[in-house]
Design a protein around this ligand. Structure first.
Ligand code: HEC
Ligand code: HEC
Ligand code: HEC
Length: 489
């Protein structure tokens, strides 16, 4: 200090030290400047890393599709909750996850937030219903939880609005009963990278299992509505739709798809000459998958091509069935000579304008042969598309097919029998002739039909149904024990 001011120096020392002092002064000035520059820089760095963290959180929230459930349909404020998820037990309302202190998660610490998202336990200690897919999010890494937390706390706008409360009938109203289900079916293990696989495969596995939760739709469920992991990704029913086998099996899965075809399908919802995404898969593409970067989409495809193959009942790949064909009677314009006259009639009048009289489609409309919806031995997706149509917005393009079921204009509506007939016509003519559709099948799919998101959410709501059975079993065990005790005492 005194060296800098030089005041307490011996005068004789001055000449010797003057230069030295000057240098020290300027060095100190430099140092000060440097400190302030570096601290400004590090503040800048910090805000840059903070911005990066928030951007990463935003990307993760899109990949995990948080908005789909936490935003009420029709002009709901983003993430303010209130979406009603229909479950067999009643409506489960999503909560407000904006940083509102009054109605949202504004008072959640990062730890509280992580516990809710990965363990299914709210800040007040109450259990969440598995309509919130915490069984998949349990695999999320700590770094990704931090990024998600930063995004929700710092970028999502707080909305003071309390969504409707979930009130399920007794005994499901006892949220603690979820702890039993969790004990049986919730694995709290974070994602474990597999060292024998590439970094790309591991990224794909993490995306598929933790974020995109593909298995919640594509994996069949057990009696308690938990996923049957031994049959992972081998196909599952979803209301009126069916999420097909997407294991690497070359016949019954997607083992025969190229890396590029898988990437195209996930990015746009269409792989030419193979398949297109309707129903819940269209929503997954629209809300989440199309927004992933190409590196991540390729990683997903690498992972999908190496999943455990699980075979099914189709004799050849779903996308190999059929060829362009026009019936004799149609060629000659001879009505009344079709084995399925009504189906032919409806096809010609209702479908052929877009899919073409030989079923070959054109550059705007897909062919009905070499199409997994008509080649599958489960014709649910064919029938559901005819009933409810298809709509998928990718980038600024909307791909649309009108439905001919309950939402169609009155004059375009087809009866259950009509839809069965046209489906059978399409299956025989262009698809898998072993698959058959009855009017009763159509009636059933019509009932299970989509209020779009609800279908998508059915698998998440379903676990609640399993709990009912579990509680009954536990209650029986408990009663039997109670009865036995006095007898043995
Ligand atoms: C498939 C639908 C669905 C998705 C996807 C979903 N949630 Fe949820 N979430 C819910 C429902 C429903 C609840 C309320 C459950 C209940 O009341 O038991 C909930 C509850 C929560 C809670 C507890 C809030 C509170 O009030 O205590 C948090 C936090 C949360 N979700 C965050 C997220 C985040 C972050 C994501 C994305 C990573 C996400 N959710 C994705 C359906 C979903
Ligand atoms: C909300 C439910 C749901 C989720 C989540 C979901 N899918 Fe699907 N998926 C479906 C349904 C339903 C179909 C059938 C769509 C159709 O044919 O119109 C489908 C079709 C597919 C197909 C085409 C299969 C074929 O043979 O036609 C592939 C590939 C696929 N999904 C991959 C994935 C991957 C990978 C993920 C996760 C990143 C995923 N899906 C997430 C429901 C879902
Ligand atoms: C206005 C044009 C139009 C009409 C009419 C039409 N479709 Fe489509 N269809 C489309 C479009 C567009 C798609 C989706 C293309 C895409 O996803 O890339 C589609 C897709 C399909 C699919 C594939 C669904 C899936 O899940 O993969 C089937 C099956 C189908 N149509 C059958 C029919 C049948 C049967 C009829 C008559 C009852 C019909 N379509 C009438 C335009 C039409």
């Amino acid at each position: 200090m005194h060296l800098l001011t030089g005041t307490s120096q011996h005068p004789l020392a001055a000449p010797r030290h003057a230069h030295y002092i000057k240098r020290l002064r300027s060095a100190a000035l430099c140092l000060c400047a440097l400190v302030s520059i570096t601290s400004a820089a590090s503040a800048q760095d910090q805000s840059a890393t903070q911005a990066d963290l928030i951007a990463k959180g935003r990307y993760l929230a899109t990949a995990a599709d948080c908005a789909a459930c936490h935003t009420a349909p029709h002009s709901g404020q983003p993430f303010a909750g209130g979406y009603a998820i229909e479950s067999p037990l009643g409506k489960i309302f999503s909560t407000n996850i904006t940083p509102s202190k009054a109605d949202g998660i504004g008072s959640y610490s990062e730890e509280d937030f992580a516990r809710a998202v990965r363990d299914g336990i709210a800040k007040d200690g109450s259990h969440l219903y598995p309509a919130m897919p915490y069984t998949a999010y349990a695999k999320l890494s700590d770094e990704d939880m931090s990024a998600l937390y930063a995004y929700f706390m710092q970028e999502v706008k707080p909305v003071d609005h309390a969504p409707e409360k979930t009130e399920l009938p007794f005994p499901f109203s006892i949220r603690a009963s979820m702890s039993v289900w969790n004990l049986l079916f919730l694995s709290k293990d974070r994602f474990q990278p597999d060292a024998s696989k590439s970094a790309e495969w591991n990224r794909g596995a993490y995306l598929a299992e933790a974020l995109e939760h593909c298995s919640t739709c594509h994996t069949p469920r057990n009696t308690f509505m938990a996923e049957n992991h031994s049959k992972a990704l081998s196909g599952g029913a979803l209301g009126a739709w069916y999420a097909p086998n997407i294991t690497s099996d070359p016949v019954n899965g997607i083992g025969g798809w190229s890396q590029d075809e898988i990437v195209q399908y996930l990015k746009t919802g269409r792989a030419a000459g193979k398949a297109q995404a309707a129903g819940p898969m269209a929503e997954a593409v629209e809300n989440s998958l199309q927004h992933l970067n190409d590196t991540d989409l390729n990683a997903l495809a690498v992972y999908l091509k190496e999943t455990k193959p699980i075979s099914g009942s189709e004799a050849k790949p779903r996308y190999e069935f059929g060829q362009p064909s026009v019936t004799e009677a149609a060629l000659r314009g001879l009505p009344g000579q079709q084995p399925n006259e009504n189906g032919f009639h409806i096809f010609s009048g209702t479908c052929a304008a877009c899919h073409q009289p030989d079923g070959g489609g054109n550059k705007h409309y897909p062919s009905l042969f070499h199409n997994t919806a008509t080649g599958a031995d489960t014709p649910a997706n064919l029938v559901a598309t005819v009933l409810f149509g298809l709509s998928r917005t990718v980038g600024d393009e909307t791909i649309f097919m009108p439905g001919f079921g309950p939402n169609a204009p009155f004059t375009d509506r087809l009866s259950d029998q009509d839809i069965a007939d046209v489906s059978n016509y399409v299956l025989t003519q262009y698809g898998n002739p072993a698959a058959k559709v009855t009017a009763a099948d159509v009636a059933e799919l019509r009932q299970g039909g989509p209020e779009s998101l609800i279908v998508k959410l059915a698998p998440f709501a379903a676990p609640a149904a399993g709990i009912g059975g579990l509680i009954v079993i536990l209650a029986i065990v408990w009663m039997v024990r109670r009865r036995q005790r006095p007898a043995t005492a």
